[in-house]
Write a new protein. Structure first.
Length: 368
C-alpha cells in the first residue's frame, strides 16, 4: 500500500541573544524596562550569594540537605519575570531565585531546609506552590491550575519548572498531554542542566533536544540558551502571551548547567569531569549579563560592589531572623510522630539516631 506523508512540524528553534562573551544580537534584543533589567541583575546576584551561604551553613551543620541553583539563575529568572501576581508559580526543588522573585522570604527557605514545615507555608497573597521534591510530580499540579484559570475565563497562566530528569517521568507525559488536549495556559520550563543527579542527558533520551518532545503533544517547543537571561525572557514572553490569548501551552527547554552539587549529599566528582565544569564555568550567566548591563550604562564597578554588599547584608539579616524564629518552633523530631498510627521499630531507631545527632550538634554549637 502507498505511504502518504503526514505534515507535522519538523524543526525546533534554538534562541540565543547574549553569548558567553556578553556580545549582543541587537536584532533579537527584547524590550525590557530598565527597572526590570536591574531587578533581574540584583536577584541573580542574590540567588548566587544566597546559594553560596546556604552551602556554608550546611557544612556547618546549621541546615539540612540543600539543592543549590548556581549556574541556573538566568534559566529561572528570565522566565518568572513575565508572571503577574495572579499567575501561578509551580517550582520543583531548585528554583530558589524564582521563588524569591515571587516574594518568598529568604528566612522561610532557611527554616524549610532545617526540617520545619513552617518553612513551606505560602502567604495567602502569593500564588506560589511549595517546593516539590518528588521528580516531576508538580507538573500535573501546574496543569490543573492552568485549566482552572481557563475554566474561570481569566487570562492567568501557570508556570512549571522541572529538570531534564523529569522528562523521563510519567508525570511529564500526562501533564503535557492533558495541557495540550485542553489548551491549558501553562508554560513548561525545563532546566536542562545535563545531569539527572548522576545520569547524563545522553542516557536519559535519544532525542536531539528536549524541546522537540512538544511536537508529539501538538504544542510549540523551543530550545534556548538557559544561561542567557535575555533569551529566556524573550521565549517566555512569547509563551506567556500565547497562553493569555487562549492559544495553549508551550515547552521551553533552557540549556544550562548545574555548577555545583546536585544536593549537599552528592559528590559530582564521581560522575563528571572538572574539564566539563570548567567549560561551563566560562558560560556563567552572571558574567555575560553583567557585561551587557555595563555596556548599556546601567551598571558600574561601584554599583556592582554596592549590589553585592547589599545582598550579603540581606542574607545575613535573613539568617538571623530565621535562627531566632526557629527557637519558637517545635522539635524537628516531631516529624516521626505523624507517619504511622503505631511507630514501627525501624522508625523508632531512626528517631533515636536523629535525636542523638541533634544533641551532638547542640553540644558542638554550645562549645564553639
Amino acid at each position: 500500500m502507498p505511504r502518504n506523508a503526514i505534515d507535522i512540524p519538523e524543526k525546533i528553534e534554538h534562541l540565543s541573544i547574549l553569548n558567553e562573551k556578553g556580545e549582543l544580537d541587537t536584532s533579537l534584543e527584547p524590550d525590557i524596562p530598565e527597572e526590570c533589567l536591574l531587578k533581574l541583575y540584583r536577584t541573580i546576584i542574590l540567588g548566587r550569594k544566597f546559594d553560596e551561604r546556604m552551602l556554608n551553613l550546611q557544612r556547618q551543620g546549621r541546615i539540612g540537605t540543600f539543592a543549590p541553583i548556581s549556574g541556573q539563575e538566568a534559566a529561572q529568572l528570565g522566565a518568572v519575570a513575565l508572571l503577574r501576581p495572579s499567575d501561578w508559580l509551580v517550582p520543583a526543588f531548585r528554583e530558589t531565585a524564582a521563588e524569591v522573585w515571587r516574594g518568598r522570604s529568604l528566612e522561610s527557605v532557611i527554616i524549610y531546609f532545617n526540617g520545619y514545615d513552617e518553612g513551606a507555608e505560602i502567604p495567602q497573597n502569593l500564588n506560589n506552590l511549595p517546593i516539590s521534591v518528588p521528580v516531576g510530580s508538580q507538573i500535573p499540579h501546574a496543569v490543573g491550575l492552568g485549566w482552572a484559570a481557563k475554566y474561570r475565563q481569566t487570562d492567568d497562566v501557570a508556570m512549571s519548572f522541572f529538570g531534564d530528569g523529569a522528562t523521563s517521568e510519567g508525570d511529564f507525559h500526562e501533564g503535557l498531554n492533558f495541557a495540550a488536549v485542553f489548551q491549558a495556559p501553562v508554560i513548561f520550563v525545563c532546566q536542562n542542566n545535563h545531569w539527572a543527579i548522576s545520569i547524563p542527558i545522553a542516557k536519559q533520551t535519544r532525542s536531539k533536544t528536549l524541546a522537540q518532545k512538544a511536537l508529539a503533544y501538538g504544542m510549540p517547543g523551543i530550545q534556548v540558551d538557559g544561561n542567557d537571561v535575555l533569551a529566556v525572557y524573550a521565549a517566555a514572553k512569547e509563551a506567556v502571551d500565547r497562553a493569555r490569548a487562549g492559544q495553549g501551552p508551550t515547552l521551553i527547554e533552557c540549556v544550562t548547567y548545574r555548577m555545583t552539587v546536585h544536593t549537599t549529599a552528592d559528590d559530582p566528582k564521581r560522575y563528571r569531569s572538572e574539564e566539563e565544569v570548567d567549560m561551563w564555568r566560562k558560560r556563567d550567566p552572571i558574567v555575560r549579563y553583567q557585561r551587557y548591563l555595563l555596556d548599556k550604562g546601567l551598571l558600574s564597578e561601584n554599583k556592582i560592589a554596592d549590589v553585592e554588599s547589599e545582598v550579603l547584608e540581606e542574607i545575613q539579616a535573613a539568617i538571623d531572623r530565621a535562627e531566632e524564629q526557629m527557637k519558637a518552633l517545635g522539635d524537628p523530631g516531631d516529624m516521626f510522630e505523624h507517619a504511622f498510627a503505631r511507630m514501627p521499630a525501624y522508625l523508632k531507631e531512626q528517631k533515636e539516631a536523629f535525636a542523638d545527632e541533634m544533641a551532638e550538634m547542640t553540644r558542638e554549637n554550645d562549645s564553639g
